[in-house]
Design a protein around this ligand. Structure first.
Ligand SMILES: Nc1ncnc2c1ncn2[C@@H]1O[C@H](COP(=O)(O)OP(=O)(O)OP(=O)(O)O)[C@@H](O)[C@H]1O
Ligand SMILES: [Mg+2]
Length: 299
């Protein structure tokens, strides 16, 4: 049964697509059958995997709006164990068309139901907004992964997002867990990166992935060659970091197996909510206390 993970953050340019593509390829390389769903009309995940614009290609639009079987829009990403449901600008129309449709929040969830048995992981690359496409992704997912760029005000941004998420969760998908907060474009030469990372960790504790994605030029170059970074430069820090992240995701999944499943999921969800509430109530990002062993859930 696939674990469906939405890679989402309403802020643009934080590394959502880079994460969906490179985590997807790294999971596939770790023997996990993986599907990447490009749910952004920008189609960046589609092009980063080497699929140039092609008006004849079926995309998520056909499945979501026209009700075509999802298998017909799923393509082989030309990497072992990795498939793709592509997107293109037609999806902009989908966002508008969905508004007047019945069951509009759950179209994606229903569409991908037949695929859940075929994959170990399904990653959904979301657009930089909380529009109906993102709502569909969150309704269809078991968890959300939030890439966060290590920059000024990152803590406020994540706190707001988790706050919104808590409300969304109640309304559309009560079982949505937090897969994790992922620090991206981390630059260990700058004090700011270090400070932001420390703040996020003290506030959100174990919800922040141990793996950190460094700022790495290979990660920025790989999409223009139409390939995940591990095929472009396997020895780069960027490739290493996503392989490490894939391991962490797999280990976390193994920990959840068995009677611990619900406890872990709910635990992380609850922590996120209360941490967000705490953040909303506190004024300064740097003011969070040590956040030591007691964890953010106790704040
Ligand atoms: N770790 C990194 N190091 C260097 N460049 C990166 C890194 N991660 C992402 N980039 C580059 O930063 C830009 C934004 O990344 P990306 O497209 O993944 O963000 P996004 O959140 O998907 O953006 P959008 O909100 O527009 O969908 C891209 O040009 C990408 O190549
Ligand atoms: Mg993107």
């Amino acid at each position: 049964m696939a674990r469906v993970i939405a890679v989402a953050n309403q802020k643009g340019g934080v590394g959502k697509t880079t994460t969906a593509v490179n985590l997807g390829a790294s999971l596939a390389a770790s023997e996990q059958h993986t599907l990447i769903i490009d749910s952004d009309p920008q189609g960046n995940a589609t092009s980063a995997l080497g699929f140039a614009k092609d008006p004849a290609r079926r995309t998520l639009y056909q499945a979501l709006i026209l009700g075509e079987p999802i298998e017909r829009v799923t393509i082989d990403a030309q990497i072992d164990r990795l498939d793709l449901i592509p997107s293109d600008k037609n999806l902009v129309g989908a966002a508008v068309e969905l508004i007047s449709m019945e069951n509009r929040e759950y179209r994606l969830r229903e569409a991908i139901q037949p695929l859940r048995d075929k994959y170990e992981y399904i990653l959904i690359d979301c657009p930089p907004s909380l529009d109906i496409l993102t709502v569909n992704a969150l309704a269809a997912s078991d968890s959300i992964m939030v890439p966060v760029q290590c920059e000024f005000l990152a803590l406020e941004g994540v706190s707001e997002l988790l706050d919104t998420l808590a409300r969304l969760r109640r309304a559309i998908n009560p079982s949505l867990a937090i897969e994790g907060i992922l620090l991206t474009m981390y630059d260990d030469r700058t004090t700011l990166s270090k400070q932001v990372a420390a703040d996020l960790r003290s506030f959100f504790g174990a919800q922040v992935f141990e793996s950190v994605i460094p700022r790495n030029v290979r990660l920025a170059e790989a999409p223009s060659h139409g390939m995940p970074v591990m095929f472009y430069d396997i020895h780069s820090k960027g490739a290493e970091s996503y392989i490490q992240l894939a391991k962490e995701v797999i280990v976390n999944a193994q920990k959840r197996v068995g009677p611990g499943t619900e406890r872990t999921d709910q635990g992380s969800g609850t922590t996120g909510t209360s941490a967000a509430a705490a953040a909303a109530g506190s004024s300064g990002a740097g003011s969070s206390s040590d956040g030591g062993s007691a964890g953010p859930g106790t704040e």
